[in-house]
Ligand binder design. Structure first.
Ligand code: SAH
Ligand code: SF4
Ligand code: F3S
Length: 478
């Protein structure tokens, strides 16, 4: 049988995505055999760490696993477990190692279990070394650049006894038209670009996701049209820096122009995007955001620091004043826009004065919400080698102060819509109270209100009766 399959592997077509569909066929046969031997249907579980990009990648992995005959499960005690990892901060890495230990114990009780690791953490050579040495029970390891050839790697893993490792340094390849298993029927992420060229001095992402590559507008539009035909009402355009979309295409196009094409798609009701880098947020984009109601009333605009001095060392290419000016322009063009942000506390060299500048921006802008992070040293990035690291105790104290301020403002800002009626897209039933459903407003806020499962994926008008800090309790207005 083995020889037969090796021969088949050698006969695979070279062109993509045909090659991957060929391997899906092969994998289907192998999974069927395994399933017969086990006397039951085999299950898989993909666990996602990190950002929306990783979540979207996981949907692609799941699409292929379903295609080859595995059955989806939420239980990690499955026959094929994949951890799609993140390495943006140290604790993300530690979590993976910890969980691998318990996975190994499950594997000892299930002879069919296979373990796969992929995602950003796998792009770091020291991680691979550690896995080779101390985590021999892992079956498959691959990175971010070759995720499109998962079907091929899957076949290799199913026939090979030893650990399969395939990591690429970088790629300029984008493979279209592979299967995807969407988590939600009514909304979807859509990659518009991959990688990042910004090299913010603290950030590992450019090293693990490679150089910036934009998808062709026609491929993006086609994907969204197909999604809409399949019931999707809201899309989230994904990229590390969507504002520099299209710059490296043969026929360059701006992100604002792409948005204008996307909003024309009939049946599509809402468009969101993430993430925007302040340095590339153009007047053209601000204008487009104000012009089209389909573009959601929300912008995630990472600040990182309010100190111009720190921003310079972070390699962010904007000043405190420029950031504040952008916010002013946005609020003028898109009244009532919800602004959210990311802030890092304790970047090397951050003094009390620098931190106060951050607090000042927080108070002036009054973000609807802010993700606050303690600076995490990522080896290989310029900031990790700076000899001005801030002591942990100082960082913790500042972090506490920032979090308190951010939460106070966020609760006040959330409350400003109390008593109004808003259109929401119903996303699901409430985990704690099944008599309630949860709807998302254009500004990304959530409201829980009486309803049932049949409402999922529909738009409803809901009055926001009671603000609970970060969300509302409401009632439907018919
Ligand atoms: N491309 C996005 C962010 C990707 S990472 C952007 O440019 O905004 C998400 C967030 O993680 C960043 O905005 C930053 O706030 C945080 N982050 C990145 N590297 C970090 C580090 N070394 N320590 C702490 N937080 C970090
Ligand atoms: Fe990291 Fe900066 Fe790129 Fe965002 S823009 S992914 S923070 S390097
Ligand atoms: Fe993490 Fe990779 Fe996203 S490092 S934040 S999963 S791009």
């Amino acid at each position: 049988m083995k020889e037969n399959i090796l021969e088949k592997i050698n006969q695979a077509p070279v062109d993509e995505p045909d090659r991957q569909y060929y391997f899906m066929e092969l994998a289907r046969g192998l999974v069927e055999e395994k399933s017969k031997a086990a006397g039951r249907k085999l299950t898989f579980c993909v666990v996602t760490f990190g950002c929306q990009m990783n979540a979207r990648d996981s949907e692609k992995l799941e699409g292929i696993l379903e295609q080859v005959g595995y059955m989806k499960s939420e239980d990690e005690n499955s026959d094929f477990v994949i951890y799609n990892t993140c390495t943006v901060r140290e604790n993300a890495n530690l979590r993976v190692y910890g969980r691998l230990g318990s996975l190994n114990r499950m594997k000892q009780n299930n002879p069919h279990m296979m373990i796969g690791l992929c995602g950003c953490m796998m792009q770091e050579p020291h991680v691979i070394e550690k896995l080779r040495k101390s985590y021999r029970f892992v079956n498959l390891v691959f990175g971010t650049h070759n995720i499109y050839k998962f079907a091929e790697l899957l076949v290799q893993t199913l026939v090979q006894e030893t650990m399969v490792i395939d990591i690429w340094k970088d790629t300029d390849k984008i493979v279209e038209d592979l299967p995807v298993d969407r988590k939600y029927a009514f909304k979807s992420g859509v990659n518009i670009m991959f990688g990042c060229n910004n090299f913010c001095s603290y950030c590992i992402v450019p090293y693990v996701r490679g150089r910036e590559r934009s998808r062709a507008p026609k491929d993006i539009l086609k994907e969204i049209e197909l999604l809409v035909a399949d019931g999707v009402k809201e899309v989230m355009l994904l990229g590390q820096n969507v504002n520099s979309y299209g710059k490296n295409l043969e026929d360059p196009i701006t992100f604002a122009r792409l948005l204008e094409e996307i909003v024309k798609i009939e049946g599509l009701k809402r468009v969101r995007f993430m993430t925007s880098h302040p340095k590339d947020l153009s007047d053209e984009l601000i204008e487009v955001m104000g012009k089209y109601p389909k573009i959601c009333n929300h912008l995630h605009l990472p600040l990182q620091s309010g100190s111009t001095k720190i921003l310079k060392v972070m390699n962010r290419h904007y000043t405190k004043e420029q950031y504040l000016k952008l916010v002013e322009k946005l609020r003028k063009a898109v009244p009532d826009i919800s602004l959210t942000t990311d802030i890092i506390v304790g970047f090397p060299g951050e003094t009390e004065e620098d931190f106060e500048e951050t607090m000042d921006v927080v108070r002036q802008v009054r973000f609807d919400s802010a993700f606050t992070f303690i600076y995490s040293k990522r080896s290989g990035t310029p900031a990790a080698d700076m000899d001005t690291q801030v002591p942990d105790a100082v960082i913790k104290e500042r972090f506490g102060r920032l979090l308190k301020e951010v939460q106070k403002i966020s609760a006040e800002e959330t409350g400003r819509l109390a008593g109004t009626v808003q259109e929401v897209l119903v996303e699901g039933t409430n985990d704690h109270d099944p008599s309630l459903v949860t709807g998302r407003m254009t500004n990304n806020l959530l409201v829980h209100f009486p309803g049932d499962e049949s409402m999922i994926g529909t738009f409803r008008r809901v009055s926001l009766d009671n603000c609970k800090g970060f969300y509302y309790i409401g009632t439907e207005r018919r």
